[in-house]
Design a protein. Sequence first.
Lengths: 461, 80
Amino acid sequence: MTIKTLLIANRGEIAVRIIRAARELGIRTIQVHSDADTESLAVQMADVAVNIGPAQSSKSYLNTEAIIKAATDNHADAIHPGYGFFAENADFADAVLAAGMIFVGPDGDTIRMMGDKVSARQVADKAGVPTVPGSPGRINDMHEAQWLASEIGFPVMIKAAAGGGGRGIRIVDNMEDFSHQAPQASAEAQAAFGDGGLYIEKFIERSRHIEVQILADGDNAVHLFERECSLQRRRQKVWEEAPAALLPKNVRSALCDAATQLAKAVGYCGAGTVEFLYDDRSQDFYFIEMNTRIQVEHPVSEMITGIDLIREMLLIAGGAKLRHAQSDIIGKGHAIEVRINAEDPAQNFMPFPGVVSDLTLPGGPGVRFDGLIYPGYAIPPFYDSLIGKLIVWDEDRNSAIERLKRALREMKIGGIKTTVPLFRALVNDESVRRGTVDTKWLEHWLETNSAKLTLEEDKAI
Amino acid sequence: MANQKILSPLPGIFYTKPAPDQPAYKSHGDSIQAGDVVGLIEVMKSFHEVKSQVSGTITGGIVENESAVMAGQELFDVEG
């Protein structure tokens, strides 16, 4: 059944992105929003806007009943969850189905299976995808845990089975530390996630974050190559690229094939991302988790393949089979995305909501901006600080960095502080230009380079 | 003594307690010193402590737990 009317159960730049893809397919759009988002770009662009509650997400964007009611009242036949909020909530996916609509994403059972780190790991093992050496399942007994930790070898990571987004992770260096921290971690996980389940795995000290974009229709799966997202602050990605420039050809094809295999093994349907840790000294890669949704950094994969991922998600959700064979998908050139957040990088990235007084967006060849801002827009303080993503494409990585540098110079966002000065400094950094960064690199860099951020702030066109 | 107000330093969601299952930082009748933590503001998913700018006795809470507040909005009445 082709989708005719789509409700977008999200906000911000991803809502705008989904409306754009839907409109090109002739799909009518319904944008739900909170009291704080009545002036948002997505609300202005959508065919229909429905207020579903107060500013607090728990009372609006996380209110299943209000969202389903808005959908049925307006004759929606599908709901796109975007990322965050309900995107990986199996109960919400089930509720959408139960109300007779399509959930744009995999079914509730797949979300449940891949959302639990322990079961996801077991699935990966079964599919022959390498995983980080660690406990085969959830740890129930402290003696067993200690024995496992010494088998794996220190340092090890203690992770909450129900955690995510970097939360609930501890790194311990020896047995004494382990015996002390493991019970604490369990109590904390119980309090934070209502599930005290833990598992442990080897801590890879210097690793890169590499992830593979998947599209699948339930029977078949293809990959759209990999993204490298090693530039992170507090485990949040700030700069993403496609492809991972330093990955040897044979490793790339093994990595991408492993991800495709995993998607096939679970009968995956929709867009998804398989995340890996990559150790560039040993050239080993290890499965970390699968995200059963579209990701913030999806545009870099779109730029190198020419495939519109949101469009494909909507077509697949409407019952279509994959339109591209693996051999049709070619990665061309290099793409970089930087996340523009309303934060002050010179003040320890303090959130900076406020009114966008004036706005100059960069243009020219190979430049794309996916945003939610316009001149006069008041950025509400209640949600994520992401206000846009600047994406560039060029023939190779060096020229993509030069193009990014040029685009950042043109960009002007008045009235608020943003992370633009951070990127103006990073494009000139030798390690970034060489691509020799791991996931810890940016935090170390920030410790010694924060003065540069204040300087970069004053530069304009 | 003059009536004073504790103002929110930031816009966001105001919480009167450190966690949902814990008691409020300050209640009606509590005495406070300037610098005491009276609540949390969640702004763009990050949490910031709200410290009292004044000393005295809390005579009333103006906004409820989990309210949306603006920067400069009055949070508590203080008699000092």
